[in-house]
Ligand binder design. Structure first.
Ligand code: ZN
Length: 410
């Protein structure tokens, strides 16, 4: 699939990340002795946006650049720091092409000097403060399997001998969506009269469990003096992480994808949580309902990402998939306590969108005067795909064994 490039990518610079590497590889001769060393101290807490991209007020960063003179006297002619957004694809349009692999955009630039600055080694380390409000709409730092998004503070200083000295520090940006009321969903499974009601938290975190309340009604159908009913035998839940990325083509390889500014879309789905339950619910055939609550969790060992949607094509989302295996049984209304399995079984499958987001936790130093507000969580766009339910004949072996066993035992 091909898609036109968005404005963000078009405005980014065609610049590789090779400078640091080449600087290190260059043989060090006495004539090329560096005049200064750069360093940085961050004073602000880790960047954590509170609320959705449209609601977050952003986060303030502040710190100090450190200049250590390495020679008795040095002159710095220019010193610039950029806030860089680096997007990397693991599926480049052209193998081993650095420009296809990596895309760098400058989001902000600090110019520290208006005129050359003279440093004297005897004065020791010089510090230059900086601060900036990082806008809250930016997509969060993400390390996916087909793409990644990183931010860096990249400092470049030019000394009077024409040398460029660089320093780069990564800036991790996270987002904590504000919790809202629990989400109630109803799923139906035509042509049966089964109806599944599920209650989920509005947000979940990559670490720790969350409650899922389920109630299924319509499990009994009566006819004359007999009844047919469905017994829940097994519940399986899975959390899948869906990652998609548009790999851009560099100008040199644009021909491979049909022109400049176009790219190739990739998608990958992986499981980041799973469990099979065979008990833990209450069945009430008089009411015709089965209900229970279980704990689901995103498995931290899978290194899950938080949900995000970047205008340059990287997107991560999550679904909770619930699968119910139900077995049919028959009984007469005169002796309802003595059912007979009919041998028929079905698999009901449905899924729900999950908002996986960072914890508001500790990083609140700057934003903690802002009370949480439910308006901060926008209504999700319709996910017709996620409303989908399926019903299939169950063909696994273990359940039939269970059913046979029940028949023999009762
Ligand atoms: Zn290329």
């Amino acid at each position: 699939m091909r898609r036109k490039s968005d404005k963000d990518r078009a405005s980014s610079k065609d610049r590789s990340l090779s400078k640091d590497k080449h600087a290190k590889d260059r043989p060090q001769t006495p004539l090329l002795q560096k005049q200064i060393k750069l360093g940085m101290i961050m004073e602000s807490p880790p960047v954590l946006f509170i609320g959705s991209p449209t609601q977050s007020t952003g986060a303030l960063i502040s710190g100090r650049l450190q200049l250590t003179p390495l020679v008795s006297e040095s002159i710095i002619e220019t010193m610039i720091m950029s806030l860089e957004c680096v997007t990397t694809t693991k599926r480049p349009v052209q193998d081993r092409c650095r420009e296809c692999l990596t895309n760098v955009s400058d989001l902000y630039e600090w110019k520290f000097l208006t005129k050359p600055k003279v440093l004297n080694q005897l004065d020791g380390v010089q510090e230059m403060p900086f601060s900036h409000m990082i806008p809250g709409h930016l997509p969060v730092t993400t390390h996916g399997h087909i793409g990644s998004l990183d931010y860096y503070l990249h400092v470049r200083a030019r000394t009077s001998d024409g040398q460029e000295v660089e320093f780069r520090r990564d800036l991790i940006i996270q987002r904590a969506l504000v919790p809202g009321p629990d989400k109630h969903s109803i799923r139906i499974f035509p042509p049966t009269s089964l109806q599944l009601q599920v209650t989920l938290p509005s947000i979940v975190h990559p670490l720790g469990e969350f409650p899922v309340e389920c109630k299924m009604t319509g499990i009994v159908s009566k006819k004359d003096d007999t009844q047919i009913r469905w017994r829940l035998r097994k519940l399986t839940w899975r959390i899948e992480e869906v990652e998609s990325m548009i790999s851009p083509a560099c100008p040199k390889h644009a021909g491979k994808v049909g022109g400049q500014g176009k790219g190739v879309q990739h998608e990958q789905t992986r499981e980041v949580g799973w469990e099979e339950l065979k008990q833990g619910w209450k069945t009430d055939f008089t009411e015709g309902a089965v209900e229970g609550e279980f704990k689901a969790f995103v498995d931290a060992a899978m290194k899950p990402n938080c949900g995000m949607d970047s205008p340059n094509g990287l997107k991560v989302s999550h679904n909770l998939i619930i699968e119910l295996v139900i077995a049919e049984e028959w009984s007469s209304l005169r002796k309802p306590g003595n059912p007979t399995p009919t041998g028929a079984a079905r698999v009901l499958r449905t899924q729900f969108a999950l908002n996986v987001t960072a914890r508001a936790g500790m990083g609140l130093a700057w934003d903690d005067e802002m009370p949480p507000s439910y308006e901060d969580v926008p209504d999700s766009p319709p996910h017709y795909k996620n409303e989908h339910t399926t019903i299939q004949t169950y063909e696994g072996d273990d359940l039939h064994l269970d059913v046979d066993h029940l028949t023999l035992g009762s």
